[in-house]
Every structure is written in structure tokens, then in C-alpha cells.
Design a protein around this ligand. Structure first.
Ligand code: FAD
Length: 466
């Protein structure tokens, strides 16, 4: 007999809670991964996330071979595949790490039920966060809806054991025959999408990025808002797919010895704040949290939505942001805030449309953080931006991309404009003669001040009706 370690959003073999416990079981451990058809079937063939997962699994496979074992994979619905594999591999139990997304929890419940019918157990462990579910509550034992007190409590609660790595070096690996990973084409995805990965995947990619970020962390608080600078860590996909453990990430910044490290740690706490919030309020994945804003009467113009998606709004910073997302699967945090705010407050489009678009495109897409970020920008969520605080895309652009360096990178039509003109070409006193405003680059799709007033009225009216 053996035990299985079912890898999901934890594609590494070190500092891994479920693997640590599986190795301690006394039985040989076999690692399995299911290419989940219930998720993959709805993704486009050039989805870059599959390339990331595939590269990460190749690294896992290589490591397992060094241990004399093998990565077992299957393609299908895990609800059937896991019990089948557990039978075939003569497993006593299946070990996995908890996942707090509503669909994942439902899946795990079904798998657990089927396995117990076969006399086997699904054992789940906390791994992807330091504090999960209801581990951090207010004094009244209620979930937090405001970040700052949640963070204060999180920082007061964390002990060194919480950030300690799980030892995965002791125990026995199952000796298994070699099995090739299905390639991307066999799974219905394009091999060429691999080239779109901006930085290396897998646990090795995570270690490289972490090492590169370490000397920069102390300047994080000063540089993180400028998309043209290398100020942030770019680790989000690694935290999403678990090619980096949260304990290792937290250990880089805690205990914090600089403002930069403390600010970065705060971001990791935001991640946990949104995860616990979604766990307590799964309905907020598709509904505004604030009751007054559940049915905001957005005009939802489809043509404007398309223009936003294509990065053709005529607002250079918004267009650069959307093109970065479309080309790379990444968008800088400051730009996520600007482009989300623009969609909701300037184009008057429901935040859920934008949330869905980001969900399709982001390599680091994570339901809790994405919904949290969108509801923050739309003023509909917990601890959100107040509705009357509306980003001015031109002011934001001047402040956070002062030289227009980032805009020039993604909107080459504007490369010849100077740093005064580039943020709002239609307002410029002087433009290069060869640049034809409205032809080489679109005229602004809306007037910000007009839309701002419409947005204010829409929110105000909804609030008053409550
Ligand atoms: P860093 O600045 O280096 O931050 C370190 C880590 O902290 C990140 O990797 C991430 O795990 C976490 N983090 C940082 N900021 C936030 C935040 N505001 N909320 C939650 N966690 C955070 N993040 C996602 O991981 N997935 C998403 O789908 C996602 N969607 C977003 C949508 C909107 C509209 C907004 C405003 C933000 C969204 N974020 C999301 C949060 C944030 O933009 C990204 O985590 C960040 O840009 C990733 O880049 P980084 O790894 O270099 O971050």
C-alpha cells in the first residue's frame, strides 16, 4: 500500500504541508496531478497559465525522478480521476492542501465522499496561507471586514512556528515506472504559448525571483507604485500556483526590519484578508458586498467594454495597462486599480464584467484577490475605496508614470510624444507634426469629468434608496 499526495495549487516538493504529512505516514508516497477538464475545457488554447503549470510540473517530475519516483498525471474530472488513481495505486489515503475557493471546496467534498466509500480518506492541510478561514476573528468572533484591524491581529498572532518550513526530506517515495507528462498540444493547448511566459515558472523560477527581489525589498514602499520601475516582486503567479510557499515568502519580510519589508508583508496580509473574506462570504464572488450596491443600474455599453479590453480608450495609461495584460498576462497593481476604476466609474460598466476579463487573462488570477481588488475599486466591497473618491486617469498617469516611459513601452503610437503631452494628447498645446491625434491614436472615448458626475449620481442614488 501507498499514500497519494494530490498536487493542486502547490506545485513544489519542499515546504509542503500535505507532502510533509504524507511522508510521515510511514507508507511510500506517490505524487499525482490531474489536468482538470472541468476547468481546462473552458480556457482558450493560448492560455499562458497552462504553460506555467506544465513547466512547473516538469520541474516536479525531474525532482521526483531523482528520488526514484514519478509524477502520475491524468486528464479528466478529478472527482472521478482521484478515486480511480487511488484504487489503481493501492492507496490507503489521499493527502492534499486545502483550497478555499467555493468550487474547489465542493470538489473536495465530493472526492472525500467517494474515497470514504472505498475505505480511503482525503486528508486536507492548511498550506497556502498563514491563517485560514476563521482563525483570525474580531473580539466578537466575527470575520473582519476592515483590513487594518485584521492586519494588526494577524501581526499579533504570528509566531515563528507559523512561518517555519515543513520538512519534506524524511520518508519514503513510491518507486513507480516512468510516465511522460502529456504535452500541451495533447491537452488542447498551444506549445507556443510557453514563449509568452515573462519569467521562469516552477519552484526554480520562484527561487530566482525571490533572490532577485531580496535586495530590492527595502525600497519596495518607495518604488512599488511606478509601473516602469522594477519595484515589485512579480511573485504572484508563484503564490497562486504554490511554486513558492507562503512561509518562505513571509520569512523574507517578517519580522520586518525596514519600511519596505513591512509594506511588502502588508500585501501578503491583504492576500490572506481577501482569502478569509471569500471563505466567509462566498456569495461576493458574484455579488457586491455592500447591499446598497447590489443592483447598481450600470448602462453597461458593450462597445465601450470592447474598447476597454482592446486598450483603445484614448486614455494612454489605461490603454498601456490593458495592452500589458493582453500581451503578457500581467498587469502592475497601480494599473489594475486605475483600469478597474476607469471601467466602473468612467465607462459605467459592472465590475463583474471586468473581474471576468481579468480572470481570463491574468497569470496570477486568484478568485479571492481578484474579486477583492475589483470590489475595492468599484466601491462595492469590504473596506473599499469610497464611491466619491474617483481616480482621475490623467493625474494618476502623471504621478505614477511621470516620464511616460511605461506608456511608450505599450502604446508605441505615442512614442514620439513628450512627457507633458503623452498623458492626455488631446489636451497638449504642442504635438509632433507627424502625430495625427484621433487618427494615429484614438480620441478619448469619454470625458472624465462628465462621467465622474454620472458615476457619483449613480452611486449616490443607490445609496439613498437603501
Ligand atoms: P507584490 O507587490 O510584489 O506583492 C507581493 C504579493 O502580495 C503578491 O504576489 C500577491 O500575492 C500579494 N498581493 C499584493 N497586492 C495584493 C492585493 N491588493 N490584494 C491581494 N494580494 C495582494 N492579485 C492576485 O494575486 N491575483 C489576482 O487575480 C488579482 N487581481 C487583482 C485585481 C484588481 C482589480 C486589483 C486592484 C488587484 C488585484 N490583485 C490580484 C492584487 C495585486 O494587483 C497583485 O497581487 C500584484 O499586482 C501582483 O504583483 P506582484 O507579485 O509583483 O506583487
Amino acid at each position: 500500500p501507498r499514500v497519494l499526495c494530490w498536487l493542486r495549487r502547490d506545485l513544489r516538493l519542499h515546504d509542503h504541508a500535505a507532502l510533509h504529512h504524507a511522508l510521515k505516514s510511514g507508507l511510500p508516497v506517490a505524487c499525482v496531478f490531474i489536468f482538470d477538464s472541468t476547468i481546462l475545457d473552458s480556457l482558450p488554447a493560448d492560455d499562458v497559465r497552462l504553460a506555467f503549470i506544465h513547466d512547473s510540473l516538469l520541474q516536479v517530475q525531474e525532482q521526483l525522478r531523482q528520488y526514484g519516483s514519478e509524477l502520475i498525471t491524468a486528464h479528466g474530472d478529478p472527482v472521478q480521476k482521484i478515486p480511480e488513481l487511488a484504487n489503481r495505486l493501492n492507496a490507503k489515503a489521499v493527502y492534499a492542501n486545502e483550497d478555499y475557493e467555493p468550487a474547489a471546496m465542493a470538489r473536495d467534498q465530493t472526492v472525500s465522499h467517494t474515497l470514504s466509500g472505498q475505505g480511503m480518506e482525503l486528508k486536507l492541510f492548511k498550506d497556502q496561507v498563514i491563517f485560514a478561514r476563521d482563525e483570525i476573528l474580531t473580539q466578537q468572533r466575527q470575520p473582519y471586514t476592515v483590513f487594518t484591524p485584521y492586519k494588526r491581529n494577524w501581526l499579533a498572532r504570528i509566531q515563528s512556528e507559523d512561518a517555519q518550513a515543513y520538512d519534506c526530506s524524511q520518508g519514503e517515495w513510491a518507486a513507480l515506472p516512468e510516465q511522460a507528462l502529456p504535452d500541451l498540444e495533447e491537452l488542447g493547448f498551444q506549445e507556443k504559448s510557453r514563449a509568452k511566459l515573462l519569467s521562469p515558472a516552477g519552484w526554480q523560477g520562484a527561487q530566482t525571483l525571490l533572490e532577485q527581489f531580496e535586495p530590492r525589498i527595502h525600497a519596495y514602499h518607495e518604488r512599488r507604485d511606478f509601473p516602469a520601475k522594477r519595484g515589485v516582486s512579480y511573485l504572484a503567479p508563484h503564490l497562486r500556483f504554490g511554486t513558492l510557499s507562503i512561509r518562505q515568502a513571509v520569512s523574507l519580510a517578517w519580522p520586518s526590519d525596514s519600511n519596505g519589508a513591512a509594506t511588502w508583508l502588508s500585501e501578503l496580509i491583504w492576500r490572506e484578508f481577501y482569502q478569509q473574506f471569500l471563505w466567509h462570504h462566498p456569495e461576493t464572488a458574484t455579488e457586491s458586498f455592500k447591499p446598497a450596491y447590489k443592483d447598481l443600474p450600470f448602462p453597461n455599453r458593450e462597445d465601450w467594454f470592447q474598447v476597454w479590453k482592446d486598450g483603445q480608450t484614448g486614455y494612454p495609461i489605461v490603454d498601456a495597462a490593458m495592452r500589458q495584460l493582453n500581451q503578457s498576462g500581467y498587469m502592475h497593481n497601480r494599473l489594475r486599480m486605475i483600469s478597474a476604476s476607469f471601467l466602473v466609474k468612467d465607462l459605467l460598466i459592472d465590475w463583474r464584467w471586468g473581474e471576468q476579463y481579468f480572470a481570463q487573462k491574468l497569470l496570477d488570477y486568484d478568485m479571492a484577490s481578484n474579486v477583492g481588488g475589483w470590489q475595492w475599486a468599484a466601491s462595492t466591497g469590504c473596506d473599499a475605496q469610497p464611491y466619491f473618491r474617483i481616480f482621475n486617469p490623467i493625474t494618476q498617469s502623471r504621478k505614477f508614470d511621470p516620464d511616460g516611459q511605461f506608456i511608450r513601452r505599450y502604446v508605441p503610437e505615442l512614442a514620439s510624444l513628450d512627457k507633458q503631452a503623452i498623458h492626455a494628447p488631446w489636451q497638449a498645446k504642442q504635438l509632433p507634426i507627424e502625430f495625427r491625434s484621433g487618427k494615429d491614436y484614438p480620441a478619448p472615448i469619454v470625458d472624465h469629468d462628465t462621467q465622474r458626475h454620472l458615476a457619483l449620481a449613480l452611486f449616490k442614488q443607490a445609496g439613498e434608496q437603501e
